[in-house]
Write a protein that binds this ligand. Sequence first.
Ligand code: PDD
Length: 278
Amino acid sequence: PLTAWVNGHFVPLEQAVVHIEDRGFQFADGVYEVIACFSGAFLDLDAHLSRLQRSCDAVAIRLPRPMGEIEQLIAEVYARNPFPHAMIYIQITRGISPRSHHPAEPIEPTLVITARELPEPGQEKIEKGAYAITLRDMRWQRCDIKSIALLASVLGELEAARAGADECFWLDEHGHMLEGCASNCLAVIDGVLVTHPLDHHILDGMSRRMTLRLAVSHGIAIEQRPWQLNEPGLSECMMCSTTDAIMPVCRVDEQIIGSGHPGPVATSLRQWMLEEFE
Ligand code: PDD
């Protein structure tokens, strides 16, 4: 059976529960991380932990224990759920307190860590490319924080599923492509890999960082600027995340992207990224 870490104890996943007055449950008052693990090696662990620290700081949640201990717990949870390809989920909420917007102080933050098998993206999606829809961004103004308040993202994914699509990309008021509900997105425009600059509209994704780093090291020019789907010279589109690595996107709404098949840049980047995991 799967084992989870919940507030100081290892428990079977089906018995892993938190109190109904946990502020994560009542207010989505918390932050999270998702980390991939390949054959026991955590991908970009330090960067994920730094982002977790940054998210906690940004919402004034104190770490329930030192980061070094959280790192050990992550390793311990993985050791108890040793999937060859695993996905570690870490959630920290402000803690348990009678429901009131302002919490009774001081409270002990809740720490939850689970490990599950990393789902393999379907081969067909990789070969044919994904299909995404777009929606006007209806999330809050601090998408740089990895908050567990994901209702808008859930609605976006439901809308995508209803359309038979794989992802929903958020557009700002000018029609710029920001990111997906659970991914960052990039395009190849006139041979340059383009993606929205880091600001409060998007998450500083670890896969986005790796994608840009791989592009640069293979001589592909990059540009971080707002971009639109209707720009002349746009030949490829792709999304990236811890769970999907890099996925070519060949249709967005009614628009067929480039040739309608995964392009050379997305295909190479995906290959290079998978090599990093080996
Ligand atoms: N989501 N943007 C958003 C809004 C995300 O939720 C995610 C990841 C990303 C990509 O970040 P990274 O490359 O660090 O995984 C970008 C995770 C996987 C999730 O919510 O399950």
